[in-house]
Design a protein around this ligand. Sequence first.
Ligand code: ZN
Length: 187
Amino acid sequence: MFRRRGFARPLRRAFAPDIPPALQRANELMATGDYNGAAVAFEGLARGAEGRGGPRAPHLYLQAGRARLLIGQIAAGMGHIRHGLALLAARQQWPVLHRTGQLTVAFLTERGLTQKAQEISDYLKATLPPLPVSDFGSQTAPGEKPRPVLPTTCPGCGGPIRADEVEWVDEVTAECPYCGSAVRGES
Ligand SMILES: [Zn+2]
């Protein structure tokens, strides 16, 4: 049974897509440190989503890539990460590519993979169109209320929720990048 963590009360969902049990399982494997199991699970989910042209495919490839990197399989991990970022670029999801790319650079740098981090940084510079910084989805515009605090995991699929990575639906609601559930924060 999947255990929800990080918050005490159930969060109301504005809409609840069907959550694939395989996705819940993959997130659970990742959260409990079974990175090999998580990598295999996310690879299957990512290929399935890509085959359907699903909007979650890039994020699923990125999770597969992170899992491979965490068990030291650098070439396989970087392959998934480049593919996930390229899918975002192909869909011209520039703000998401910008934010996800920056998080990926930070993830690689933290693990001492500075050359790989530089490769991704160079890729972003070469790929992202010159947009004003405000279009890259800064957390709050001047005069806007600060964003509420989000739960650390999605109440639907258990995936990790990062405030600087999610798409915000409205002032208090973000969308889970892995399953599309609405994730509501507390003001
Ligand atoms: Zn989710």
